[in-house]
Design a protein around this ligand. Structure first.
Ligand code: FAD
Length: 269
């Protein structure tokens, strides 16, 4: 199938993009097009206007402070995989990036597009949740910030108001001794995950976080995972978390628990 008709705009600044969104009927943002392209072709999305963000130079920029790294929304997975983005996570960001889909998808797919598409199985969704990243949102009235854990509201649903878009993500800087683990089960290499386990342990910053991702909705976050992984991995506690989130299928439960256990081992807990 082919997309329905739409107007196309290619703004050069975030202010112009926000103005275009504010002044339009049903607009969609275009970043890497890896998910939006098929949605347009299948007419699951029928926008009046497509606002292409990929010619806004500031959305491809990186900003570093002593506390965090800010990554522009249009930075691609391949940019992160290739080390063009400085790493503040002792290797976690490039490692996760290099295992998203396959290279052709990583060349075009962006961190902002992935987080805003909000597929529960997307790697950045789980990763930026366990990292306690902040999402920088741009709208006609300026910027606001929300924690990643509050950005994704559900499957394909994010906390953007009308006329807003994701401008950047802020990733807290790890201390030198911080450890992480990330494990995903996929049926085939390059496919979306069936279960993701992610762990960050950074005692110097007082951080011990764990995530079970690729659920049917938002990732299951344990913001203080000391009891869950602090003295080795507590499989019963992980099972209780799945109970609370009504994940009852035995196969799915086993994958989630095992993915988190392997991430915990990788993180040296
Ligand atoms: C074959 C295939 C396999 C894949 N496998 C994986 C995988 O294993 N793991 C994984 O994590 N991902 C996977 N993906 C997803 C891919 O990596 C992209 O991240 C994803 O498709 C969206 O990113 P994009 O930049 O292409 O966004 P687009 O397709 O351009 O946009 C996606 C959605 O987000 C909106 N949007 C885009 N940018 C913004 C923004 N800045 N602010 C607000 N809204 C915005 C769009 O309007 C659209 O609704 C796969 C994709 C394909 C096609």
């Amino acid at each position: 199938m082919k997309p329905g008709p739409f107007d196309y705009a290619r703004p050069a600044t975030v202010e112009r993009a926000a103005a275009l969104l504010a002044g339009s009927g049903f607009a969609k943002l275009l970043s890497g097009g890896q998910s939006l392209g098929p949605m347009l072709n299948l007419r699951l999305a029928r926008p009046d206007l497509l606002v292409d963000l990929t010619h806004i130079a500031s959305l491809k920029e990186i900003r570093e402070t002593k506390d965090f790294l800010e990554i522009g929304a249009c930075v691609t997975h391949a940019n992160i995989e290739d080390g063009l983005v400085p790493d503040c996570t002792n290797g976690m960001l490039p490692s996760v990036a290099s295992n998203i889909a396959y290279r052709a998808v990583r060349n075009r797919g962006t961190i902002g597009g992935s987080l805003s598409h909000a597929d529960p199985a997307a790697d950045w969704v789980s990763t930026l949740t366990v990292l306690d990243a902040e999402i920088v949102i741009r709208g006609a009235k300026g910027q606001r910030r929300v924690p990643m854990a509050n950005y994704m509201l559900g499957t394909f649903e994010v906390a953007l108001e009308e006329g807003e878009f994701l401008e950047a993500v802020r990733v807290p800087r790890f201390s030198k001794s911080a450890r992480w683990g990330y494990y995903k089960f996929c049926r085939k290499a390059g496919e979306f995950a069936e279960a993701i386990g992610a762990v960050v342990r950074d005692p110097e910053r007082g951080v011990c976080r764990a995530v079970m991702g690729a659920t049917h909705s938002t990732p299951i976050l344990v913001a203080d995972a000391t009891a869950l992984i602090g003295q080795g991995f507590d499989a019963a506690a992980a099972g209780a978390l799945l109970d609370r989130h009504e994940i009852t299928d035995a196969y799915e439960r086993q994958l989630h628990v095992e993915a988190l256990r392997r991430a915990t081992v990788q993180a040296g807990a």
